[in-house]
Design a protein around this ligand. Structure first.
Ligand code: PNS
Length: 168
């Protein structure tokens, strides 16, 4: 029998190394749809991160402090198993351009195969943010470019400290 969940718990998973204004836009929009939105950082990623999981969680917490229904967490292992443990029925992912689509489709279909009861909800990145990625932001700042407006100001400060250090 079909029963509609009375409360929607959604997971917004990712690397967030670091969070950008594109991520933040998605968090704000996702928080309007879900009753509870959990922003979850993957712990066991193979790529070497610039910031530790704890540092990324700290930045995320600072940035989402004004959203009462948004929490920050981290996870290991399969995303869908984590989502099930959190009683989440929705995974939120952002799509910036067609180049994101193939990878996202593959993940969404695999996740559906693993746990069909969990739905992936794709949201189009805001047009002002569709070119922003954590990777490019790190590259631009390390080469002396201006990243103001692309990441929250507390993140910009941390990036400058980490990547420019004494050279500032
Ligand atoms: O921000 P990213 O790096 O694009 O996020 C990727 C992420 C964390 C969503 C993805 O790698 C993931 O879900 N990893 C957890 C392991 C897992 O469930 N793998 C199977 C996915 S089909």
């Amino acid at each position: 029998m079909f029963t509609k969940p009375t409360s929607i718990v959604a997971i917004y998973p990712g690397s967030f190394d670091p969070i950008t204004n594109g991520h933040l836009d998605l968090i704000e929009r996702g928080a309007r749809i879900a009753d509870r939105l959990i922003v979850a950082i993957l712990r066991n990623a193979s790529k070497a991160p610039l910031f530790t999981v704890e540092e990324r969680m700290e930045m995320l917490r600072e940035v989402v402090a004004d959203y009462p229904n948004v929490e920050v967490d981290s996870f290991d292992g399969l995303l869908v198993d984590y989502a099930a443990r959190k009683k989440a029925t929705v995974i939120v992912r952002g799509i910036r351009a067609i180049s994101d689509y193939e990878y996202e489709l593959q993940m969404a279909l695999m996740n559906r195969r693993l746990r069909p009861e969990i739905e992936t909800l794709f949201m189009m990145a805001g047009e002002a943010y569709s070119f922003i990625s954590s990777k490019l932001v790190k590259e631009v700042i390390s080469l002396g470019g201006d990243i103001s407006g692309l990441v929250p100001s507390c993140v910009e400060e941390r990036l400058k400290n980490r990547l420019l250090g004494d050279a500032r």
